[in-house]
Unconditional design. Structure first.
Length: 253
């Protein structure tokens, strides 16, 4: 897989190439302050940021044999600035890199505020959700997504609890997508099934966490399932079916 330094992509605004625009997201000088002139540019940059986060999270799992565990809440408090005197470790490297991605995301939002579509904004919110709940990749396996999706599941078996911020981000993604209200069928935003499904599973996990307080109604998963039904990709029907099975078969501890 090519890194961001190896990609050669023409940006539609013609002022900067991809490397320059992407580097500006990580710059503290605020260059390229004129903003992005096209949603396509916003998509290219947010996909590059998401790719960098995925690589970071996967690398950390390999290095430490456990999911990354910092998360957005810590990024907003403990990591308000890099701590230079902390001993070098995999956790510190992860934390600093995560912080830089979060700052780049904030700059991306400033630059793309006038041009990003709802689907693109949903993708940027998903990036933030992955930072907030870095265990998100465990959820499809835990819910038996695939052939085993008719058994009984207990989301409480996962060690990591879902905090309120992650739940809010998951619902915000649903609000941004809102496929059923669109007059046109969105076939370009191929990330919609994955981010909707993962968001639904975050809600599912939160509602089955005993320590999070009284569980909510699993019927709320139907809202995500209906959005998946309205999307044109073949995987969507399987995802929607899985969510509906969870509504029936989840064992709340």
């Amino acid at each position: 897989m090519a890194s961001s330094e190896e990609l050669e992509i023409d940006m539609s605004n013609g002022r900067n190439d991809f490397k320059t625009a992407y580097a500006a997201l990580f710059s503290r000088t605020g260059s390229n302050s004129a903003g992005l002139s096209d949603n396509a540019d916003a998509v290219i940059l947010i996909l590059a940021l998401l790719s960098e986060l995925l690589f970071l999270q996967h690398s950390y799992r390999i290095a430490s044999s456990q999911p990354a565990s910092t998360g957005s809440n810590e990024s907003n408090t403990m990591h308000s600035y890099p701590v230079a005197l902390t001993p070098v470790s995999a956790t510190r490297e992860y934390s600093d890199h995560e912080y830089s991605i979060l700052q780049a995301l904030r700059r991306w939002r400033n630059l793309s505020a006038a041009t990003a579509s709802n689907e693109t904004t949903a993708l940027s919110t998903y990036l933030e959700l992955r930072i907030s709940y870095p265990f998100i990749d465990e959820l499809p396996h835990s819910c038996g997504y695939g052939p085993s999706c008719d058994t009984v599941f207990s989301a409480g078996a996962l060690a990591a609890k879902v905090d309120d911020r992650s739940v809010r981000l998951a619902w915000l993604i649903l609000d941004h997508v809102d496929v059923q209200k669109r007059e046109r069928q969105c076939t370009e935003a191929v990330w919609l099934p994955s981010i909707l499904f993962h968001s639904a599973l975050v809600v599912w996990k939160s509602q089955t966490d005993v320590e999070s307080g009284p569980p909510g109604s699993l019927k709320t998963l139907e809202l995500f399932a209906k959005e998946l039904d309205a999307l044109p990709w073949p995987c969507c029907s399987a995802m929607a079916r899985c969510l509906r099975n969870l509504m029936v078969h989840t064992a709340i501890a």
